[in-house]
Design a protein around this ligand. Structure first.
Ligand code: C2E
Ligand code: CA
Ligand code: CA
Length: 667
């Protein structure tokens, strides 16, 4: 074989191998196909040329290879060449389009305000956009080959980092919120989306990291979460957060076999301060209480505000000594008066305590029992009570009570009791005070102190007051005698805010043919302090028709005598707290004396309530009070009993042992 044919065969074989390799290795893309077609054309051209030469030299005799020298093969080769060239042209055009597209996309990535980072599979940076450069203060060249901050174990928690790499290894996209640090000190929260980039063989070659600043959204979300769990006024945890902590604390207490104390603290005289001094003063006091409580708790304890003037305290691992100490500390922080708006306020509280596990093992039960204990403390005038079973019977849960209150009026469960008020000068009973009682179908007789505040809070007081007014006037009408006493009615501060109150009373007076002068209303100081236009309006109208108006519980609120000048008041009832012990307590006696003198100077009458013994009765008389009311004279009683009692009172020997000095003087 000649050199030429050797070259020919080598070239044919090489071309074939190249084509086969191309087919095998390069996926059959347009570019590869064009390359194959052109190679084939060139190969055929070379073969044709070589075969023609071999024929011309006579090296080849006539055989099938002569077909290669024909014109049709030349035509085929030309066709292949043209096709290949057209394909290549197309490819170039496509390439240009693609290049343009990539340039546009790169520009978009480059200009995107969000950060884009491309890293290789080793985690080293290959590209960052200008947003990254601006934030980090570094140029692209400076960061290439480095680790991105976002995947730096010093900035990101290890388990999050592990989770990222695990997710990416499966070819999935990882998305989540991470804290990132730029330029050593600039921190922000970012929503990161990290996607693997695969080549045509489906192997991961890169990761594209897109970072979007979500700091503001996150802060807003955190703020909302905080607000949902904290009390806006005091910034203390609220009930929801307290419950959460209580659940956790109970779990740990169970595990560690430790006790735990839940305390519920309710301020005793807060409502009066709030009503009389205004909400701003009340709010300031609540904030101050929160601050003082926070000062006395230790790490792990929780103080929360339940709402209103109620606070919750959780003391984990609280053995007996710790609770006692804590109660002492609460007392001591309340001992210091609260100075607000230049005035000094004394605040006391009732605290109920329930212990885990003795008093309950569930959060709700512990809270309920702390509530029961707190109410028992309040009713007993002790500042603190630990829950015990016997308290359950007396302390109807307020919720149950509030529900059954709703039906009490309709089902006629209320009753009026009457307590006589004696006139010091004449010894006669000019007035009886109507005091409501609730004959609860299950609980028996419930006293007003346990349901009137609840009725006020739940806006049910209006209906109750209307019932009291009607019932009392009906009673007056039934006595139908000129010697019968007038009736004094307790009207809540809430009632006075009702624009229809004076009209209602007038309508009832007309309906029962009662003279307005037979009616007295007793209102608390706090009602006056809330002196809205409405309250004043109601009082003026009632006074104008001849209804007497007394300020009840005088001395417990924060009003001054001066203040009374502005209101159409007939007189005041000195609170029993000052009267009951006045023979033993000089301060009380001074208060009663000065109040009486000042009231008289202002032309007001004075009733002393809470007279329980003859000594007090006598001293109060000497001090010049006009009327006396108290257990010494009579306890509140039903209308039937009162009728009998009144007829006995007329005859001197039946005056229940009360020695009426003035009567003696008069008779
Ligand atoms: P209050 O208006 O100060 O009524 C006097 C309270 O003192 C009555 O209690 C009475 O039983 C009690 N009391 C009378 N004399 C003595 C005494 O010598 N010693 C002692 N320790 N206590 C005495 P009660 O009936 O339990 O009423 C409590 C409060 O409930 C009343 O205090 C009043 O604020 C309210 N209340 C009673 N009835 C009504 C009502 O019909 N409507 C409204 N809004 N409140 C009422
Ligand atoms: Ca009263
Ligand atoms: Ca009173």
């Amino acid at each position: 074989m000649s050199n030429l044919s050797l070259i020919l065969w080598i070239s044919v074989t090489a071309q074939c191998i190249a084509v086969l390799l191309a087919l095998r290795l390069i996926p059959l893309t347009g570019r590869a196909l064009a390359w194959i077609i052109l190679s084939l054309a060139l190969l055929m051209m070379a073969m044709r040329r070589a075969i023609s030469l071999l024929y011309q030299q006579g090296t080849l005799q006539d055989n099938w290879l002569r077909g290669f020298t024909t014109e049709s093969v030349a035509l085929l080769i030309s066709l292949l060449m043209v096709t290949g060239l057209i394909m290549i042209r197309r490819i170039f055009i496509q390439q240009r389009i693609n290049d343009d597209k990539i340039r546009t996309l790169s520009l978009a990535v480059e200009q995107n305000p969000g950060v884009t980072i491309i890293i290789n599979t080793k985690g080293k940076i290959e590209y960052v956009n200008s947003a990254y450069c601006n934030l980090s203060g570094q140029m692209l060249q400076e960061v290439i080959g480095k680790d991105p901050d976002i995947l730096d174990p010093r900035h990101i928690e290890q388990d999050v980092l592990d989770n990222i790499w695990e997710t990416l290894a499966t070819g999935e996209i990882w998305e989540g919120e991470v804290r990132n640090i730029y330029d050593d000190d600039y921190q922000r929260w970012e929503n990161a989306r990290i996607s693997p980039v695969k080549n045509q063989a489906h192997e991961i070659t890169h990761y594209v990291i897109l970072l979007e600043d979500v700091t503001e959204q996150r802060e807003q979300r955190e703020q909302l979460e905080y607000m949902a769990l904290h009390d806006g006024l005091t910034d203390l945890p609220n009930r929801t957060l307290f419950n959460d902590r209580l659940h956790q604390a109970i779990r740990s207490a169970r595990r560690d076999n430790e006790p735990l104390a839940v305390m519920l603290m309710d301020l005793n005289n807060f409502k009066e301060i709030n009503d009389s001094m205004g909400h701003q003063v009340g709010d300031e006091i609540l904030r101050e209480i929160a601050t003082r409580l926070l000062e006395i708790i230790r790490g792990g304890d929780t103080v929360a505000r339940m709402g209103g003037d109620e606070f919750l305290i959780l003391l984990p691992a609280a053995k007996h000594a710790k609770q006692q100490q804590f109660i002492k500390r609460i007392r001591s922080i309340l001992d210091t008066p609260f100075i607000v708006a230049g005035r000094s306020f004394e605040i006391s509280a009732s605290i109920g305590v329930a212990l885990f596990p003795e008093d309950g093992e569930e959060p709700e039960i512990l809270l309920k029992r702390a509530d029961v204990a707190m109410y028992a403390a309040k009713n007993s005038a002790e500042s603190y009570k630990r829950y015990d079973r016997s308290l359950d019977a007396d302390n109807v849960s307020r919720m149950e009570l509030s529900q059954s209150l709703r039906t009490a009026v309709e089902e006629d469960q209320f009753e009026l009791y009457y307590q006589p008020i004696v006139n010091y000068t004449t010894g006669t009973i000019d007035t009886v005070e109507a005091l409501i009682r609730w004959n609860h179908p299950e609980r028996g007789l419930v006293t007003p102190d346990s349901f009137i505040p609840l009725a006020e809070q739940t806006y049910q007081i209006g209906a109750i007051t209307q019932w009291v007014i009607k019932k009392a006037l009906q009673q007056l009408a039934s006595w139908n005698s000129p010697s019968a006493p007038g009736i004094s009615l307790n009207i809540s501060a809430h009632d006075l805010l009702d624009p229809g109150l004076s009209k209602f009373i007038q309508a009832q007076l007309t309906a029962f043919h009662i003279k307005a002068s037979q009616i007295t209303i007793e209102i608390t100081e706090s009602a006056l302090m809330m002196h809205t236009h409405q309250t004043l309006n109601n009082l003026r109208k009632l006074r104008a028709i001849g209804v007497k108006i007394y300020i009840d519980d005088f001395g417990t609120g924060y009003s001054s005598l001066q203040y009374l000048k502005r209101f159409p008041v007939t007189g005041l009832k000195i609170d029993k707290a000052f009267v009951m012990n006045m023979t033993n307590d000089d301060n009380d006696a001074i208060i009663v004396r000065s109040t009486t003198d000042l009231a008289h100077n202002m032309g007001l009458k004075v009733v002393a309530e809470g007279i329980e013994n003859q000594d007090v009765y006598d001293v109060v008389e000497i001090l010049g009070c006009d009327y006396a009311q108290g257990f010494l004279i009579a306890r509140p009683m039903t209308a039937d009993k009162l009728t009998v009692w009144l007829s006995n009172w007329q005859t001197q020997e039946h005056r229940s042992g009360v020695r009426l000095r003035s009567i003696k003087n008069h008779t």
